[in-house]
Ligand binder design. Structure first.
Ligand SMILES: Nc1ncnc2c1ncn2[C@@H]1O[C@H](COP(=O)(O)OP(=O)(O)OP(=O)(O)O)[C@@H](O)[C@H]1O
Length: 738
């Protein structure tokens, strides 16, 4: 970032602004009273139009590292143009100083402030109201919050005298300083005031502005240059140094009546950046050519001549010194063409060059000559300023001519002095240089001897280097072969391990898969058996029932015939023909089934105790069945008649009435139905289990497929690596052969 920046801020006004036009960082201005006047353009680092905010200005200024670099922010412009507004602002729109303090406090940094005013030639501390001789004697206040700052700004604003320079200094963490300079208004003195306090005040303000302009100009050209700060109280108080970021903020009030003041402000800013506005232009602008007094012209010419004389003298002095220096160089033998030396001695050349440069630097009197040039340029500028001021005020011009003369005299003395001191310095330097050159010669001699020794030893060193190189190459080859071997070995191991684990996984998966398939088959077989079994059970029961039904039907017919006397022999004695007798239960047929399933009807009929027990309990059971049937009918519910199978031993079905037997038959039907349901449920369960097993088998199959794919991929990679290795091997064997 450039150490010096010039900004321009245009304050808002309510009326016409047609004399100005802004295009980014270029401003054009035109005399509103002269229709033929041309636009004049000025370019700055940044232009803040009337619509710009305090925050925008703040952000543009404080984008440098102010905690590690000093800053000096100066506002320049005529009274009422917005200088103080930009720096301090007001409660509604705080300026860059309060905004900065707010930022510093937010960061938790420590900030101290001091406030001074420079009026004519006096320094006044605005915190204590005491007049001091030196700028450094000031009271420093610690700022605790933003409002402390606002209070200070307001108080000092009240205390501030008319047309004074205000300097506010902030110290951040006792590390860096930031100076804010609110300059006294730049407006020219009214033409009718030619003497008295106001006139003197105006002259001193203008003079301090001009000194500041020269300092800024010089600082802009070279920040490390010594500036003519001591020429005014204002500039001597400012911290414009190498490590300072300097901003000049010009403020203009663009009302048409302020045209000349605006123009002067723009030109002032411009001059600090070294872009001079030609005097001719100014003269024609102000229309004052004819008014230039012949006497003044003469004075100016005389002064110019004097400057020219000084210039010639300085140049002579300069040429003389250069000549002497070259002579000295020649005598010392340092004017050899170093570039011609062999490239092998490049190091020596660099040393020689450095030495030559050091010598050049040491003997350089051009610094002093520069100073003379600089003084000369200042003189020129002062002259130009004087000329400009002459146009606006004759009396002021005379005063300035007198001042100029004084400065000239001072310069003359300075020139004389510096000439003398230059000669002394040359003498001193010569003796220093003698010593220095002797030292250089000794060092160069030693260096040359070293070089010669190293050149003589060169063949031997080269041979040793060659042997070392060969050894190194061999070592490299060895290492390469070993690394290759290791690599192949480890590759083989990895390959083998991988194959092994792959086989292992494959085997495991296949086993799992087989086990699953076996499991499924077992389940299927079991299910088939179970289904067959259940089927045969159902058929048995159906057959039993049919048999039972047959018995009961035939029994019923026999009873009917007995009751109606259908048999020969009457009611008391009759014989039942064989064809009417019901078939006895087929014990043999149902035995196998009854043995394994205890609830078979004929199984119970087949037991020995049945008839005896049945007779005893028949009435009780009949009652129980009847009550149960009744209850069943009453509730009309689905309550299932429970059969106590343990008691079935003692039931005589033959003695039961038809409805009881039917109840039993119904119960049996229900049981069959339940059995069928159970079979359905079980078959569903089996189906589910089979589906589950099939899913598991599919998963296993999928995993197996994936692993196979991986295996194939790895096999491809290994094969490609093998191919590469096979290609590399012959190459490495070739390089080994070489
Ligand atoms: N950019 C701006 N925006 C709004 N108001 C502004 C702006 N610039 C200046 N002003 C207003 O213009 C008036 C004069 O401004 P200010 O006091 O800052 O001028 P100044 O150049 O410091 O004058 P002086 O040299 O007399 O102190 C103030 O009321 C201020 O609020």
């Amino acid at each position: 970032m450039n150490n010096y920046k010039v900004y321009l801020r245009v304050r808002p006004i309510e009326y016409d602004q047609s004399m100005l036009s802004i295009d980014q960082n270029v401003i054009s201005i035109k005399d509103p009273t002269n229709k033929q006047a041309e636009w004049q353009q000025y370019r700055y680092d940044k232009i803040f139009p009337a619509s710009s905010s305090q925050q925008e200005l703040f952000e543009s200024v404080f984008n440098f590292d102010y905690e590690n670099k000093n800053g000096c922010i100066i506002s320049y412009g005529q009274s009422g143009s917005g200088k103080s507004y930009s720096l301090f602002g007001n409660v509604q729109n705080p300026g860059i100083v309060p905004l900065l303090i707010q930022q510093i406090l937010q960061k938790g940094s420590n900030v101290q402030v001091s406030f001074q005013e420079i009026y004519v030639d006096q320094i006044r501390d605005l915190n204590t109201n005491l007049i001091t001789e030196e700028f450094t004697k000031r009271q420093i206040l610690l700022i605790n919050d933003f409002w402390d700052m606002i209070k200070i700004v307001r108080n000092t604003d009240i205390k501030r005298q008319m047309r004074t320079h205000i300097i506010l200094t902030l110290e951040i963490n006792s590390n860096t300083k930031l100076q804010f300079v609110d300059l006294a208004g730049s407006e020219r003195v009214a033409k009718n005031i030619t003497e008295g306090e106001k006139f003197q005040e105006a002259i001193l303000i203008t003079a301090s502005h001009q000194v500041l302009n020269r300092c800024l100009n010089s600082f802009n050209q070279n920040p490390s240059k010594i500036l003519p700060k001591k020429e005014s109280k204002l500039t001597s108080a400012l911290i414009i140094e190498n490590n300072t970021q300097v901003f000049l903020i010009g403020a203009i009030n663009p009302s048409q009546s302020n045209y000349e003041e605006c123009l002067l402000t723009l030109q002032y800013l411009d001059r600090t950046k070294n872009i001079q506005v030609s005097i001719k232009k100014q003269q024609s602008m102000l229309g004052l050519d004819s008014q230039i007094n012949v006497q003044q012209e003469k004075e100016i010419k005389k002064l110019k001549d004097e400057i020219e004389e000084f210039k010639i003298k300085i140049e002579q002095l300069n040429a003389d010194r250069k000549k002497r220096f070259l002579e000295l160089q020649r005598l010392l033998g340092l004017d050899i063409d170093l570039e011609r030396l062999s490239a092998k001695n490049a190091k020596d050349i660099t040393i020689f060059k450095n030495q030559q440069e050091a010598l050049l630097k040491n003997v350089s009197l051009s610094q002093q000559i520069d100073e003379y040039h600089y003084e000369n340029a200042q003189l020129k500028k002062q002259l130009e300023d004087m000329k400009r001021d002459t146009h606006s005020k004759l009396e002021r011009y005379q005063q300035q001519v007198l001042e100029q003369k004084e400065i000239n005299k001072k310069l003359k003395d300075q020139l004389q002095l510096s000439k003398m001191s230059g000669d002394d310095a040359l003498r001193l330097l010569s003796s220093d240089r003698d010593q220095f050159i002797k030292k250089l010669q000794d060092e160069s001699k030693n260096l040359l001897e070293d070089k010669v020794a190293s050149i003589l030893n060169l063949p031997q060193t080269a041979q040793t280097k060659n042997v070392e190189n060969q050894k190194l190459q061999e070592l490299k080859k060895q290492i390469k072969t070993e690394i290759e071997k290791d690599f192949n070995k480890s590759l083989e191991i990895i390959k083998a391990e991988y194959n092994k684990s792959l086989e292992h996984y494959k085997f495991q998966y296949e086993q799992k898969l087989n086990a699953k398939v076996e499991e499924i088959e077992n389940f299927l077989n079991q299910f088939k058996k179970y289904r067959e079994k259940k089927k045969s059970q159902i058929n048995e029961i159906v057959e039993e029932l049919l048999d039972l039904y047959d018995i009961i039907t035939k029994q019923g017919k026999v009873i009917d015939k007995i009751e109606t006397g259908g048999y020969s022999g009457g009611l008391k004695s009759f014989s039942i023909p064989k064809q009417d007798k019901p078939n006895l239960p087929n014990k043999v047929k149902h035995k196998q089934y009854a043995l394994s399933y205890q609830f078979s009807l004929f199984h119970f009929l087949d037991t020995n105790s049945v008839t005896a027990t049945l007779t005893k309990k028949a009435s009780t059971i009949e009652k129980t069945i009847k009550t149960a049937t009744k209850q069943l009918r009453q509730s009309q519910s689905q309550i299932i008649l429970e059969i106590d199978y343990n008691q079935l031993d003692s039931i005589n079905f033959m003695s039961m009435d038809f409805s009881t037997v039917r109840a039993y038959a119904n119960k049996l039907r229900e049981m069959i139905k339940e059995l069928q349901d159970q079979i359905t449920i079980n078959s569903d369960k089996f189906k589910q289990q089979i589906a589950q097993l099939q899913r598991e088998r599919d998963d296993a199959q999928q995993k197996y497929n994936m692993e196979s794919r991986k295996y194939n991929q790895t096999r491809v990679v290994i094969e490609s690596q093998n191919r590469i290795l096979q290609k590399v091997r012959p190459l490495s064997s070739v390089s080994r052969k070489q």
